[in-house]
Design a protein around this ligand. Structure first.
Ligand code: PEP
Ligand code: MG
Length: 877
């Protein structure tokens, strides 16, 4: 393969090969902009180097050929004694990883060429300063010497001379410093600083290759979800000097404000300096506008170039430049990072300027950015004291008094107090408390723990698995690692976007974008207008519908305002909590047919009114109601607590409690996720599913009689075999016919066997909805409630996956099962409706996958609906 590309050979689309920096340097070169000449060693060479543990064959020769050509072009030889060419060796991966990898400047200097440089530049001080910078950078990055040693030597030199600034050191000082530095190198490595320029360059290139696997780079990639196997390209660039006196300097510029999107002159400039001085903050930069006074010609040229780049890239660009004695040089450009708000604003501004069309605008923003704009945020300029960090389970910013039980949360909220529910972990019983609270904080459980899933569904802020907190529900307090004790009633603030927990109140700012979706917002706001236009276009483009997971009329109505076209998952078990729990207990305790009938009869009207409310909120749109799914013991008291209660009560224990204890023991399961739940319950507990189906049928009839347009769909969970579904379906059809209404009857595909036998299951199903939470759990054999907190961070470290499969759909495993089910389901029943209702339905990457395999809709929590709409639109472009 060809490992080396001259800047004149590449272009901006070769980022895979040349990295971002190299591809854009080539692009600028070809645009005729003033880029110092140079060449790029490909990321492919880096990958080979890292895999084989050595320089790939042919690379050295290719580098030499390009270096000789560079020398010819410049009319100088690398490190020559009389008039040396110097080069920089700069890392540059496909994705920008600011400051994570290495760069070495001034390669080519040694005891002879430093004299030549001094002579040519007419600047002794500059030459010796450049030389000591080389030894310092080379020593640190290539030889792995602690940078403090070099810093310390400069400090000594300044102290010795009685000055504060590097600017006060002269040529002789730097010359002495070079000797000191060489001593440090000898002492630390046992060898002399390499004086052969080609040797310097070779070692620097290898160091850049190796910096791909530096610990901080690995951590950064994991954080930013950058693949680990890309490698970095290496750019060899002829040096230009910003430190050749006050007519020289270096700076950064943005073609627009990356915070707001506003067009204008944004950036910083530093006279008589090299790039790393700006980053290191050794001296204060001045605003870019001041360059107009300092060097008007370069300033005007820079503005022209900025305009050229924006028009060429049709986007915000950021730029690094250097001025060497009045001559402007471009050292880097790229499409610049920006805040979420700026991304939306800029996309629409560029449409209005005629630079891009709306399709392109939609492709330039992401669901993650939209999600960021939807959460209230803490005002981070305010003072705050962080006491712990957990998992960022459901984004947002919540402030309130810590409370340690759901009852108390409800009571306090009833009095108009803002509370944060703090639990070790939550159970379905905590639903009332979670609804009442501003936010939820747990010390146990991962991102698919009960607290996390339910909080996301409600759009409620949640930090879970903050393991450093000792939560003591008995004593009604928790203790943070630094000994802070938070008692019930003390105010805390939790940041569900970052997982941070603060003591006291941190000020919160509301989201104008949510207000817009709610229909209460101000369309005059530029950001809101941009979101509006982009969302409209995404809606026009997308093929998939977006539905919501919601199980009460309020959530359903909000989801509809947010653009949901129906309910994809109404979890009926959420309707069995609170006061109704006792009725479920009655059902479980029933010892005769009559008792069972009575319990079911008591539940039915309640269910019917639940369903009627949701059907009303989604009038005219499909509402998929899932029959009860979780194991029954979830509705019974805790085994230990109940045993203790009965033991304490002794002979006076009620017979109901004794009966309950029996039932709890009977229903206790070692692995309830794989036990008596879903369709199995419907087949084993007579009358339970029938009651729910009748309640749905009657709710439909009632809505119809009231002039509504109810569209119920009945969904059977946890089916593994068509035989399970057939029985339930026959009964449901009979009941629907009795009541005289119609509804689709379908199933979830959430057990691997269901996916593998989808062709058979489709015989009895009008629709499939992929329950990818369970499907992921059962495909990987990962317990949803346990693994994330237990060992996922280790799995991420090991690179077994780059992101939790509970968060982003595992395409090759779970996705493969889905693909099989889609194909075989459609083969049996061509018109079968296909959707997804697991948490992945609101995850951008997973939405794209659902589009690719041809699903008809995705369903997600109400607050993710706009995100899914946008991503479904982007997927369809
Ligand atoms: C699923 O398993 O993906 C699903 C939606 O059902 P639940 O999360 O209620 O098990
Ligand atoms: Mg499930």
């Amino acid at each position: 393969p060809k490992y080396v590309y001259d800047f004149t050979e590449g272009n901006k689309d070769l980022k895979d090969l040349l990295g971002g920096k190299g591809a854009n340097l080539a692009e600028m070169t070809n645009l005729g902009l003033p880029v110092p000449p140079g060449f790029t060693i490909t990321a492919e060479a880096c990958r080979r180097y890292l895999e084989d543990g050595g320089v790939p064959e042919g690379l050295s020769d290719e580098v030499e050929t390009h270096l000789v050509a560079l020398e010819k072009g410049m009319g100088k030889r690398l490190g020559a004694a009389d008039d040396p060419l110097l080069v920089s060796v700069r890392s540059g991966a496909k994705y920008s990883m600011p400051g994570m990898m290495e760069t070495v400047l001034n390669i080519g200097l040694n005891d002879e060429s430093v004299q030549g440089l001094a002579k040519q530049a007419g600047e002794e001080r500059f030459a010796w300063d450049s030389y000591r910078r080389l030894i310092q950078m080379f020593g640190k990055t290539v030889l792995g010497i602690d940078g403090e040693l070099f810093e310390g030597a400069i400090d000594d030199a300044k102290r010795h001379k009685g000055v504060d600034s590097d600017l006060d050191l002269d040529a002789a000082d730097f010359q002495r410093l070079v000797e000191t530095y060489k001593g440090i190198v000898r002492e630390q490595t046992g060898s002399d600083f390499p004086s052969d320029p080609r040797e310097q360059m070779r070692l620097a290139v290898e160091a850049v290759f190796e910096s791909w696997n530096a610990p901080r780079a690995i951590i950064y990639r994991r954080q930013e979800r950058i693949p680990t196997d890309l490698g970095t390209a290496v750019n060899i660039v002829a040096m230009v000097f910003g430190n050749l006196g006050m007519e020289s300097g270096t700076g950064v510029a943005f073609t627009r404000d990356p915070g707001s999107g506003q067009q204008g002159v944004y950036g910083d400039y530093l006279q008589n300096a090299q790039g790393e001085d700006v980053v290191a903050g050794i001296r204060n930069t001045v605003p870019l506008q001041e360059l107009e006074q300092i060097d008007p010609a370069s300033y005007r040229q820079l503005l022209d170039i900025m305009k050229t780049l924006e028009n060429h890239y049709r986007d915000l660009c950021d730029i690094e430049f250097t001025i060497e004695r009045g001559k402007l040089w471009m050292l880097q450009t790229r499409v610049g990072k920006r805040t979420a708000a700026a991304a939306f604003r800029i996309a629409v501004q560029l449409v209005d300027q005629g630079l891009i069309d709306l399709d392109e605008a939609v492709s330039r923003v992401t669901g993650d950015q939209l999600a960021q704009l939807m959460f209230p945020r803490f005002d981070l300029s305010a003072d705050r004291r962080r006491i712990a960090k957990g998992m960022n389970a459901s984004p947002g910013a919540a402030v309130g008094k810590a409370v340690f039980s759901s009852e108390y949360a409800k009571e306090m909220a009833g009095r108009g107090e803002d509370v944060i529910l703090v639990r070790r972990e939550t159970t379905p019983d905590d639903l009332v408390g979670m609804i009442a609270a501003q936010g939820v904080l747990t010390s146990r459980g991962g991102k698919t723990s009960h607290a996390a899933v339910v909080a996301r569904g409600m759009g409620k802020t949640c930090v879970c698995g903050a393991e450093e907190l000792e939560v003591d529900a008995q004593e009604r307090c928790f203790t943070a690692p630094d000994g802070v004790v938070v008692n019930e009633g003390d105010v805390i603030s939790i940041d569900g976007t970052t997982g941070e927990v603060y003591l006291g109140e941190v000020p919160v700012m509301a989201s104008p974008v949510v207000e817009y979706f709610e229909g209460t917002g101000d369309r005059g706001d530029e950001l809101v207008e941009a979101v509006h236009r982009i969302m409209n276009h995404a809606d026009e483009r997308r093929r998939m519908e977006v539905r919501a997971n919601a199980d009460n009329p309020d959530d359903a109505a909000r989801a509809r305002r947010f653009g949901a076209r129906g309910i994809g998952l109404c979890r009926t078990e959420h309707m069995f909590l609170g006061d109704r729990r006792r009725l479920v207990e009655d059902l479980i305790l029933a010892s005769s047919k009559d008792e069972r009938r009575a319990a079911l009869d008591a539940l039915e009207p309640l269910q019917k009114s639940d369903f009627a409310g949701i059907l009303a909120a989604m009038d005219g749109l499909p509402v998929t109601i899932r029959l009860i799914d979780p194991p029954l013991h979830e509705f019974l008291p805790d085994l230990t607590a109940l045993s203790v209660k009965i033991a304490l009560a002794g002979d006076t224990a009620s017979s109901r409690d004794r009966g309950l204890l029996e039932a709890v023991k009977r229903l206790h399961e070692q692995n309830p996720m794989l036990g008596l739940r879903g369709v199995r319950l419907g087949l084993v507990i007579p009358g339970l599913f029938a009651m729910q189906v009748r309640a749905i049928a009657e709710a439909v009839a009632e809505r119809r009689a009231a002039g509504g347009d109810p569209r119920a769909e009945i969904m059977i969970p946890l089916v593994s075999a068509v035989q399970e579904l057939e029985g339930v379906r026959d009964e449901a059809e009979r009941i629907l016919a009795e009541v005289g209404v119609e509804a689709l009857i379908g199933t979830m595909i959430e057990v691997p066997r269901a996916a593998l036998t989808a062709g058979q299951i489709a015989e009895a199903a009008d629709f499939f909805s992929f329950g990818t939470n369970d499907l992921t759990q059962m495909t990987w054999g990962f317990s949803r409630d346990d693994v994330e907190a237990a060992f996922f961070s280790r799995y991420l470290d090991l690179g077994i996956f780059g992101v939790s499969p509970f968060e982003t759909l595992d395409r090759s495993g779970v996705g493969r099962l889905m693909t099989i089910a889609v194909e075989e389901g459609r083969a049996t029943r061509p018109g079968i409706k296909l959707g997804i209702c697991g948490e992945h339905g609101g995850d951008p990457e997973s939405v794209h996958f659902c589009h690719e395999i041809g699903l008809d809709y995705v369903s997600c929590s109400p607050f993710r609906v706009p995100v899914a709409r946008l991503e479904a639109g982007r997927a369809a472009l």
